[in-house]
Structures are given as C-alpha cells and as structure tokens.
Design a protein. Structure first.
Length: 298
C-alpha cells in the first residue's frame, strides 16, 4: 500500500495584509506578491527532502485553472510557493477556489481553501477604511482590533487542519453466493488512519474504487455498494450494477464524496465495506485499484 500524508495548508495573503499600515488613504492588499501557499510535504520516507519541486494550482469552482505557482522544498519538507498577482482577482471573485498540490509532478491532494477568501476580502473591510486614528494594525482598537483578532484565530485554526491519503491495488473477490446478498463485508487492507485536530470541524471523505462485476449465463444481475465508514457513521457510498442476458463482465469506476460530522478530535480510521447481490452461480465481484482521501473542513 502506498501512503502519502501532509498537513492542510492555507493561502498566506492575510499576513501581507496585516503588515500594511491602515489609514483612510491606504486600503487593499498589494497587487503583486500578495499571496503565497505554504506547508510541509511528506512522502513514504517522511518529510520530503530539500530541493524537490512543489507545484501549486488554484482551481475555480467550475474546475478551470485560475493560476499556478512553483517552488522547492526546504529542510524538513517545508515549502512556501509565491503565487502570481492573477490569484488575487481569482480569489476575490470566486469563494469556491480549491487548491491542488503536486510534489515532483505527483498529486498529493486537493482541497478547499478556507482562509484565503477572508484574507482577500478583508481589504475592503469598512472598519479599516474608516480607521482614521489607526496608523497600523498594532495600534488598532475597538471593533477593528476585535475583527483582526477573530480573523487571526480563524486562520490559526484552518492552518492546522488535516489532509490524509492512502491508496493501493490489492484485490478482493466475492463469488458463488447465488441469489444471496452480502452485507457490510469489510474490504481488507483498504483503510486510512488520520488525526482530527479539532472537535468542531467536519471530515470530508472521497473514495475511488474500481470493481469488476461478472455473472454466469443463468443469472440476471450482479450489483454492489461500497461504503466509507468512520466508527459507526457512513461517510459516503457508491453503487454499481451489471445485468447481461448471457455471461460477461464489466469494470466500473466508483467514486463517492461524503462527509461525517460530530467526530471528536483525535485519531480515527476510515474503512471500506461492500454490500451487494450475486444472482447466479458464476457471478462474482472483484474490488481493486482504490484510493481514500480525508480532508478536515471548518
């Protein structure tokens, strides 16, 4: 099983914003070098070695590329990738921006950017525009100080959220259960352990499977449902069905996107379970090529 895991990262444009003197004539964030994306990259051996290439892509809600940036890892797998000025306009106009990170052209994962819209939109904060007596952020008082403190707390919370991923190609077959169903059969070896950092967040689970369904000449169909489970909760499911008049088989990609709420902070494990029906003696369901991603969301 191949496993990759890295800490969820955030756009750091708000740092540049908070460093700008705030007065009635200075509003907004810089049009260049305003945003960067930083974090820690891991591979199978731990933190990534220095000078490995990190590519960061921001994706709009419709899936199109908004902007891209590149950098390299430093000691301990840490990286900070500056993003072009076009990213500022993209984040301002689309609050569904997602970020995709690649290490040496290998996709580590993609997730929602929660902090950036707040950071970029903060340039229009009316409190900052009207703060005629505040010459910089450290001198801000009253409602402006409270707003900045709240924003910093939200950024600190989002910065520490978790992203985790595991995948593999081990096969498991269910066969020869004519006219019977199989329920909640564990798919062995298909698990992902992760640590949830906060109690009041939810967990998004994305599962990708490939299943091969086949049937003999006498049956009517073979079908299966694969569920992602965390403890007693179902966090997404996908279904596939094949019904041939004579014998045959077909491969189906199965993708489920779901979420679980109410999980306590701490360690958890995602497991996969299969249910279904094989309606004839020659039928079977074979599961292979799987991938599980977990993203902690505010």
């Amino acid at each position: 099983m191949r496993e990759q895991q890295f800490a969820h990262c955030v756009l750091m444009g708000v740092i540049a914003l908070l460093a700008i003197p705030i007065n009635a004539q200075a509003q907004g964030i810089p049009s260049t070098d305003a945003l960067s994306y930083g974090g820690v990259a891991y591979d199978n051996n731990g933190p990534a070695a220095p000078l490995r290439t990190v590519d960061v892509t921001l994706l709009r809600t419709n899936g199109s590329v908004a902007c891209m940036g590149s950098g390299t890892t430093a000691a301990g797998g840490r990286f900070s990738v500056p993003l072009p000025s076009s990213c500022v306009a993209a984040v301002e106009s689309d609050n569904g921006i997602r970020v995709e990170v690649r290490l040496d052209n290998v996709l580590l994962g993609a997730g929602a950017v929660s902090a950036a819209p707040y950071a970029v939109e903060a340039k229009n904060a009316q409190a900052a525009v009207n703060a005629t007596n505040a010459t910089n952020a450290s001198n801000a008082t009253g409602s402006l100080a409270a707003e900045l403190s709240s924003l910093a707390a939200r950024l600190n919370a989002v910065e520490n959220l978790t992203f985790a991923q595991a995948n593999g190609s081990n096969q498991q077959t269910v066969a020869n259960v004519p006219s019977q169903t199989f329920s909640n059969a564990p798919l062995s070896g298909r698990t992902l352990g992760f640590t949830k950092t906060q109690a009041n967040t939810r967990v998004q689970v994305i599962v990708k499977n490939v299943v091969r369904l086949s049937k003999g000449s006498g049956g009517t169909h073979t079908e299966t449902t694969v569920r992602a489970r965390i403890g007693g909760q179902t966090c997404g499911e996908a279904r596939a069905r094949v019904g041939f008049l004579q014998g045959g088989q077909a491969d189906f990609p199965m993708v489920s996107v779901g979420s679980c709420s109410g999980l306590a902070a701490g360690t958890h494990t995602v497991t996969l379970e299969a249910s279904g029906q094989i309606s004839d003696q020659g039928g079977q369901a074979t599961y292979f090529e799987w991938d599980i991603q977990v993203t902690e969301l505010p």
